[in-house]
Write a protein of this length. Sequence first.
Length: 259
Amino acid sequence: MKAFRRFIWLVLLAALAVRPAAAAPEVHRLNLVLSGIPSQLIATDLNNFIDNYNNTVLTPKGLESLGNIRFGWYFQAELRYFIRPTWAVSAGVGQIHSRSSNEYLPRISQAIDQRVEVITVPVHVGGTYYLAPFTQGDFQARAYLGAGFTAATNSKIVLERLEFQTDSATTLGGSVRSKTRGEGPGYYLEMGGHMFFASRYSVMIGLMYRSAIARHTHVINETVTPGGVGTEAETPSPDPGIPLDSSGLGLRMGLGIGF
């Protein structure tokens, strides 16, 4: 929520950074758009794995379940160029991050830390069609429709359980860590409004839907040192990893900087 509040403040400050009312709204050909997108994460296969782990390992011991991965922040930087007043092309890169974790304290001086973490780096190119503008004084608003291609690059799932001084009665099977990596193509659709002021700054608010699945993944299993402070060895798994579906619907809040 802190990241959300900081981004809202940036958008509000940009909206206030305008020139006197006599000035006209500025629409620059080239814009750098910085976006914060609270986004849904479907991650069906990963959540099925978490549910199975909860049912077979945690629930029989009466331990709190790990939460599913259903939400993440998508931070994006994009260059948007108007080739015509009604058409713009764009290209950019971002990062989606989400995490679920918990901690157990079975006995005095014993601890078990668990986490599931997802990181993916979407890269995209696309086009946007702008509808007729609404202009009043030094303010202009334009609705837009966009679409394009995306690739979920450097997608990673980290599964980790670290045990500290557990015994035969409290252990869940020892300290383990695995990292699943993969990539996958996809597409995105977006719609919303782009607001221009008598300033180099503009504001975008809209909805964005992404479809991107890293299907062909590989797994590296790590042998964790006692205490979980390092890794003794890394072993590739012969089995395919969990597909990572980073698709989802998000609310785009963007700050544009014109050049």
